[in-house]
Design a binder for this molecule. Structure first.
Ligand code: GLY
Length: 375
């Protein structure tokens, strides 16, 4: 079992923007110690959502108070709607009202929505405050708390207003996951599988045997899965912080996945990770269709996604309705489309993802029509 005094540490090497990700059950207990170094004022501006706060807020506040730190909470409603321009403005207003300055620290205590909103607020307020990410969902621990992309959504689409702004520290306390609904655990697990599919076939083998333990939140298994995922993300982000090249591999399953989310107006019928799970299965099968990947390997990858309770069959996916023409229309809005062709993350084998530069959207539409027939 992970010893909280000896958490796993994954460094993110980005020169003067480098930081550590500390992973393990109980690492939240180290927050006060780190804040004493990071905060010049002895206070912490904690941004959270109402659900996370009702579960863990009292413990966080008491832990900081015991170390002489004063926390000033700002709570937003749970859900994607809080990632808005309006909520960003209100958050900045709250920070300014309390006199937050560059020697203060923002603690993002929640899932991806809280992390993205807090990160952008930290980037903007006085041109940059210290930021500590304390992700409370599996998806945020393995993906959204790391890497520095922050954003809010607008009427025109997701994540259209944002900034690259790296945190100063990430504390991924795996004990917090115990309160996470099972559906959200599975959704976060999709992003864990993604790292294996990108370039780590050994990790896929490990997930085939240890995946059930990860999903059951066995402390060692979940800490290992979070650490391997964070190491993979840290390596890719360190190589390409601003997505000029290799970082695009992190979008495996996401181009298909975003169109599925868009078909549900990004609503609760389909969680982001669920869409990514189905999207990765589609990317594997589309790779087979183009003759890029052996079918047996795609089946093995798809089986791993399905074993986690994620839907790999588009014709049975919750939410919708899904129509091939609408899904491809959503893809056409992608800013990378040129002359009806789009770069897609595909694979030549398990652990061998690559950027396929010019997917023909008419062919993708034909593929999706076939996928939507009952299999
Ligand atoms: N914050 C998520 C990312 O940078 O990928």
């Amino acid at each position: 079992m992970t010893d909280p005094s000896q958490p796993l540490c994954v460094p993110v090497a980005l020169g003067e923007r480098s930081y550590d990700i500390l992973i393990g059950a109980g690492v939240l207990g180290a927050l006060a110690r780190h804040l004493r170094t990071l905060s010049g004022t002895g206070r912490a501006f904690v941004i959270s959502d109402e659900t996370v706060w009702s579960l863990h807020g009292a413990a966080l506040t008491a832990g900081l108070a015991a170390d002489g730190l004063h926390s000033i909470p700002w709570l937003v409603p749970p859900g994607e709607n809080s990632k808005s321009w309006d909520m960003l403005g209100r958050t900045l207003d709250h920070l300014l009202h309390h006199g937050a300055g560059r020697d203060d620290v923002i603690v993002a205590f929640g899932g991806g929505v809280v992390g993205d909103l807090s990160g952008l607020a930290a980037a903007l307020l006085k041109r940059g405050m210290t930021l500590v990410q304390v992700p409370t969902t599996l998806l945020a621990q393995v993906d959204s708390s790391v890497g520095g992309k922050t954003a809010v959504n607008t009427r025109q689409g997701k994540n259209l207003i944002g900034a690259f702004y790296q945190p100063d520290l990430v504390l991924a306390d795996t004990a917090l996951l115990a309160s996470l609904p099972e559906r959200e655990r599975r959704a976060g697990y999709a992003e864990i599988i993604k790292y294996g599919l990108i370039d780590d076939v050994d990790f896929l083998g490990w997930l085939e045997s240890q995946g059930p333990a990860v999903l059951a939140l066995d402390p060692d298994a979940v800490a290992e899965a979070v650490a391997v995922s964070c190491r993979a993300k840290a390596r890719i982000v360190a190589a390409d912080e601003r997505e000029g090249g290799v970082r695009a591999l992190l979008n495996l399953g996401h181009t298909f996945g975003h169109t599925l989310e868009a078909a549900n107006q990004y609503g609760p019928a389909l969680l982001h990770g669920e869409a990514v799970g189905t999207g990765m299965a589609l990317a594997l099968r589309y790779s087979v269709r183009l003759g890029l990947m052996p079918e047996a390997e795609a089946r093995r990858g798809t089986a791993l996604i399905g074993a986690a309770g994620l839907q790999t069959d588009l014709s049975r996916l919750a939410g919708g309705p899904y129509r091939a023409a609408d899904l491809v229309d959503a893809m056409r809005q992608d800013k990378k489309v040129r002359a009806g062709r789009l770069p897609l993350i595909l694979a030549s084998g398990l652990g061998k993802a690559f950027i396929y530069q010019d997917a023909d959207l008419n062919d993708v539409a034909a593929f999706l029509s076939e996928e939507l027939q009952t299999r």
